[in-house]
Design a protein. Structure first.
Length: 179
């Protein structure tokens, strides 16, 4: 099978029972994504598949022929951090760091969902979207942090969302769709 992960081509022949998480960690040496629960409960294994966030422990590798997969290793490098990675550092958005790769991959996918105008469980008015701490907490509720760095994680994500004007992008998309 052929996989594209972080822009690099990989050929592998995983057992049909191998999860995408295990393919990356155990077979391809990409250990940035973490295994917390292996049951879809914690979000530590979050990756982006064709731009959408998924729990890679719940997805079989054989389902991802030719998909574009991004793990934390593909978002930034120590010399050139992704905006969310920098924000997590600035805001102290981690303690042990075990959940952090999943938090950051999830936040990348989540901000894209906001740009597209997708509602969350706590979204009130779709004509006047907001992006406050309640929205961030709800949209990131699939990513647990046993160190409880939540307030700083929320601050880091909000800073990036505001800098990138994600709500403005959502409103622009909505206006264009209605035009
Ligand atoms: S390891 Fe996948 S959700 Fe916990
Ligand atoms: S920083 Fe330790 S689990 Fe989140």
């Amino acid at each position: 099978m052929h996989f594209t992960i972080n822009g690099t081509s990989y050929d592998a022949d995983p057992d049909i029972r191998t999860s995408l998480l295990d393919l990356c960690r155990e077979h391809l040496g990409l250990t940035g994504s973490k295994k917390g629960c292996d049951h879809g409960q914690c979000g530590a294994c979050t990756m982006l598949v064709n731009g959408r966030r998924i729990n890679s422990c719940l997805s079989l590798a054989v389902m991802h022929q030719d998909d574009e997969i991004t793990t934390i290793e593909g978002l930034g490098t120590p010399d050139d951090l992704h905006a969310l990675q920098s924000a997590f550092v600035r805001h102290d958005g981690y303690q042990c760091g075990y959940c952090t790769p999943g938090q950051i991959c999830s936040a990348v996918g989540m901000l894209d969902e906001v740009r597209k105008g997708w509602a969350s469980h706590v979204t009130g008015d779709l004509d006047a979207p907001r992006f406050d701490n309640e929205e961030i907490s709800e949209r990131m509720s699939g990513n647990l942090c046993r160190c409880a760095a939540y307030p700083n994680i929320v601050d880091a994500i909000r800073e990036v969302a505001e800098a990138e004007g994600v709500v403005d992008v959502a409103l622009r998309h909505k206006a264009e769709a209605g035009a």
